[in-house]
Design a binder for this molecule. Sequence first.
Ligand code: HEM
Length: 364
Amino acid sequence: MTTNTHTLSGSILRWLGVIALPFFLMLLFLWAGGWLTPYRLTQVAMLDALQKGSGMHPGFRRNHAKGVCITGWFEGNGNASSLSMATVLQKGRVPVVGRFALAGGLPYQADAPEKVRSMALRLMPSDRQEWRMGINDIPVFPVGTPQEFHDLQLASRPDLTTGKPDPARMQVFRTSHPWLQTARAQIGRRPVSSGFADDTYRSLDSFLFVAEDGTKTAVRWAMVPVQPVMPEIGHANDHDYLFHKVIEDIHTHPLQWRLMVTLAGSGDAIDNPSKGWPQDDRQINAGTLTLTGIGSEENGPCTGITFDPLVLPEGIMPSGDPILQARSAAYMRSFYLRSGERPTAPAVSPEMTVPSANARDKKS
Ligand code: HEM
């Protein structure tokens, strides 16, 4: 009798195992595909929202679509090495590949003073502990969460008849997100420099520097131009004046930026890039970026790279800022999509060049 009961419960368990495992795997599959949580913000939904604003431009980045590749090096001075063990922050020079771009998914948009400019960098030390970053020339990010970013893309998408964002829809977004008013005002009144060369680019998101002994310090950083900052004058008759200017600048002489690291003060928002940090937070000059080459995205050295902000060396970690994870997922999807598409020629396509030895000598 006891033997029969054991045999029966054994076979029930075996059958449950046979049914339960595939059932569990099926649930997992449906969950990962977003079928069980239709309101969860997925990387697909995020990219759809970006595409609703810009339309479909095969082969181009789904954001910051208009750009050029840049090359040069970063020279760490060791000033930040007590805060982070990252190789790139020790004394020494590492090669850099990067990109200048305009925010937005339109690869042929006209350059204009109010448009957000960006610098993206891949710092490549010989021990492969590379550091990638995408940094923008605004003081704070317009939103604080991935959901807000998604909703802003939908609210600001162009109206089919006017080709511009519908003011009523934008007003609904602003009224329902009053806490973003301060960031919007800060972005609106930022000083605008003459071009890419004399602009300051900021991480906006916060990160953690990790020292040898494990101590973590919350930081943000900015690339601050060594070139004198000139006021914006605009060039209405040149559709690509910002790009033409930076191509000419780099062809004439190398361009340089200081990497200024800001240490969070007590009370600074670590997990929300729409909130600025006070001007009197401690800053460290951690090294100098020098750019000497500029060239087309068409088969250029930056085209096969996505500047995912979570590609970090040992010694730099993501903070709790939720936008970082969303960026990483969106950049991967954008990279995946564009890699399988054939792009048309980019709007600006300089041949990859470095300045003449003569021009370099004049600078140093
Ligand atoms: C949830 C928020 C965000 C989303 C969904 C998003 C999405 C994207 C996507 C899809 C790309 C194109 C990536 C590629 O194809 O390689 C991109 C590029 C870029 N993003 Fe974001 N982004 C977000 C927030 C930010 C923030 C906070 C910054 C801060 C500075 C930033 C800076 C950049 C830069 C500089 C690029 C251009 C990189 C390059 O030149 O290749 N983004 N973004």
